[in-house]
Design a protein around this ligand. Sequence first.
Ligand code: ADP
Ligand code: MG
Length: 381
Amino acid sequence: MRQKIRNKFQELFASEGSVYTSPGRINLIGEHTDYNGGFVFPGAIDKGMIAEIKKNGTDKVRAFSVDLNDYAEFGLTEADAPKASWAKYIFGVCREIIKRGGEISGFDTAFAGDVPLGAGMSSSAALESTYAFALNDMYSLNIDKFELAKIGQATEHNYCGVNCGIMDQFASIFGKKGSLIRLDCRSLEYKYFPFHPTGYKLVLLDSVVKHELASSAYNKRRISCETVVAAIRRNHPEVEFLRDATMEMLNAVKADVTSEDYMRAEYVIEEIQRVLDVCDALEKDDYETVGKKMYETHHGMSKLYEVSCEELDFLNDVAKKCGVTGSRVMGGGFGGCTINLVKEDKYDAFVKEAFDSYTAKFGHEPKLYNVVISDGARKLK
Ligand code: ADP
Ligand code: MG
């Protein structure tokens, strides 16, 4: 990949630039917890974006996407927004840096990546983080790492129409080999935990479906959470998010909320606790408990939060049947991947059974991605 980028950069710009990379991410556990002030638990993966980049002495950016075989040229003022959607990520990062007072100028760049697009590993964050990190380094801007993540997030909000949280960009920038990062979505405090699943593989199975329900269901879930918080606050005014609530507090208002809202809140309260439990388990190298919690999350997302779907439940059942240590839907739900923690000696049989039975039932294959927890944004030598 690096050679392909090098060749293209040389061909287009007849010079040699610096090379930067930034990864995609997985989230081991902690789903729908972010907007409830809770914890997420992501890690950077061994798939990412690589970009060669060099100042060109003009006020224009000349960018080439190797994977899409597409070229874009744009200026750095708000009126210069490029048309191609991939270029908007780069433009957005430039704009967000400039808005923060960063002084940058035109540059040439060519880039490519191996994070599958739209599969739930955040290829877009990998792209933003690569350029945020690169420009900060090249122009000696001294922007701190958290702000680099926020620049990526603001790019999604302001230039790509995606109202995302901070997790993806955070993980892409802060990732560390052999570590997952517990991020407190309220205080933005974070802590690294060891992740050395010796004898296990981490594998994503992509259902390759995306059900339309996702965004309206998401909004409804948020309203359920807010409704329950409002009910609990009548007894406990200190409760700001479900993060602050206990099952005891929830049970005290059971008669005041719908059974549906109750289930939603139960899932969130339990899920936030599960993140903490998994962190404890990892400190003891106890991957069996990690796996058990992953199954609990899947069950909660399927039966209480009701954001799973037939395909994902099917893949989860196959995992259970094949003795996979842990499996759950990853991401918001209604499609995308399951993330599976699999003992190496069970891996081949699991993958075969998943492919055979899934294809027989749904008429198309799932996709498989092995991932290894790896380093975050960095310059390549
Ligand atoms: P994801 O969940 O993978 O982040 P998004 O829809 O948010 O999916 O982002 C995908 C978009 O990011 C693509 O449509 C494209 O504009 C850009 N992108 C991601 N990877 C690449 C790549 N390798 N080359 C060019 N653009 C890319
Ligand atoms: Mg994205």
